[in-house]
Design a protein around this ligand. Structure first.
Ligand code: NAD
Ligand code: DAU
Length: 357
């Protein structure tokens, strides 16, 4: 049985990935999820898998070298999938230190512990693989409409978040080049889907629309992001790890560029369409909620991934059309009002104490 060490598995993408992997591999894999349970980590996301015999949760900080090396000593880890990070750009503008700490130094701890556990006299144990999950934001901002991010695009990060992710990518790359460390890097565009923390645009707009609260649009609302349904990202990560060439970087994107204001209109229209006429919330679901607010500092104008390499070499391409993905996402938030209540009230942080006391 192959053993995975997933970091940050209680977050948005990590929890979707773990669920995807159990749906795909059932009892053929063991997943160890290590997560520090910051404000973004929520074990409720994993309650459907929590009692599986082939799932282990360990509360640990990736910066804690002793804790991480003890996990490598206890388990024979075959795959590392490294999601754990501080992930929100606005927070990085207010408080950059923790981004450098977790994203840069935490990644270094993960690399050193995996390297120490897997190293042999003449290289690394066969079959061991480390995947570093990164972002398209490392490439900076596109100004012209016909420009795209390729794996060869020079790094040009602007926010403290993207600078910390770029630094972590460089460190992984240095381990690949210096030690022939068996790693891949993936750089993905904006994800959306179930379990996303409502500080990010899509869940924030869904939640506020349902509650009749203002919908804050930064700047002129014309910044462009390339949206990918989170399950498609989970599938891409698995395919890169199994089919990709060791040492290579793969860009992952949705072929789905939209201005923020378009996203907001789509969400309002879809929610309006999905609510029954007798639902009292329907009355306030309209564009009057849209409110233009001060722009994000250093706001990148446009991201757009060219996922040509992953398609040509691995056969992955995005499967979920945005119209379908956003309906599935909104339906999930309709059906998980308690999840949203717990998250917005902070109650989810008590879940760990109750579950694991
Ligand atoms: P998230 O903020 O939802 O989850 C991050 C998880 O990491 C949380 O569970 C948190 O508790 C955990 N964590 C944070 N600091 C930790 C530490 N020191 N030790 C252990 N665990 C810690 O993030 P996400 O949106 O799921 O993103 C996951 C990864 O994917 C990140 O590396 C991010 O840079 C990358 N990424 C995200 C997107 C996106 O659109 N969300 C797109 C591309 C790449
Ligand atoms: O591109 C990948 C990145 O996507 C990931 O690496 C990050 O972890 C992830 O958070 C995301 O970063 P963004 O900054 O693009 O996502 P966010 O949801 O914060 O914002 C999306 C766009 O919407 C961005 O142009 C800012 C704008 N926005 C955001 C919020 C929260 C608003 O206009 N209003 C808002 O209230």
């Amino acid at each position: 049985m192959r053993t995975y060490l997933v970091t940050g598995g209680a977050g948005f993408i990590g929890s979707n990935y773990i669920q995807y992997m159990f749906q795909k591999y059932h009892n053929d894999i063991h997943i160890i999820n290590i997560d520090a349970l910051t404000y973004a980590g929520n074990l409720e996301n994993l309650k459907d898998v929590a009692n599986r015999e082939n799932y282990t949760f360990i509360k640990a900080d990736i910066c804690d070298r002793e804790a991480i090396s003890a996990i490598f000593a206890k388990y024979d880890i075959d795959r590392v999938v490294h999601f754990a990070a501080e992930s929100h750009v606005d927070r990085s503008i207010k408080n950059p230190e923790v981004f450098v700490q977790t994203n840069v130094l935490g990644t270094l701890v993960m690399l050193n512990c995996a390297k120490a556990a897997w190293e042999t006299e003449d290289g690394f144990q066969a079959g061991k693989k480390f995947l570093h999950v990164s972002t398209d934001e490392v490439y900076g901002s596109l100004e012209k409409e016909d420009e795209y991010f390729y794996e060869t695009t020079p790094y040009d990060p602007h926010s403290p978040y993207s600078a910390s992710k770029a630094s972590s990518d460089m460190i992984v790359k240095s381990y690949i080049d210096t030690f022939k460390f068996p790693a891949n890097i993936t750089n993905c565009s904006n994800n959306y889907g179930p379990y996303q923390f409502p500080e990010k645009l899509i869940p924030l707009i869904i939640n506020n629309t349902l509650q009749g609260k203002k919908l804050p649009v930064y700047g002129d609302g014309k910044n462009v992001r390339d949206w990918l349904y989170v399950e498609d990202h989970a599938k891409a990560i698995d395919m890169v790890q199994e089919l990709g060439t060791i040492g290579q970087t793969y860009n992952i994107g949705g072929h789905n560029e939209k201005q923020n204001i378009e996203i907001i209109h789509i969400i309002i229209d879809t929610i309006h369409d999905m609510l029954s006429d007798s639902d009292p919330r329907k009355a306030h679901v309209n564009t009057d909620l849209i409110t233009y607010v001060a722009d994000r500092k250093g706001h990148d104008r446009r991201y757009a991934i060219a996922p040509d390499k992953i398609k040509a070499e691995i056969g992955w391409q995005p499967e979920t059309m945005f119209a379908e993905g956003i309906r599935k996402t909104i339906k999930w938030y309709f059906e998980h009002e308690d999840w949203m209540k717990n998250v917005t009230s902070g109650d989810y942080q008590k879940y760990y104490e109750e579950m694991y006391r």
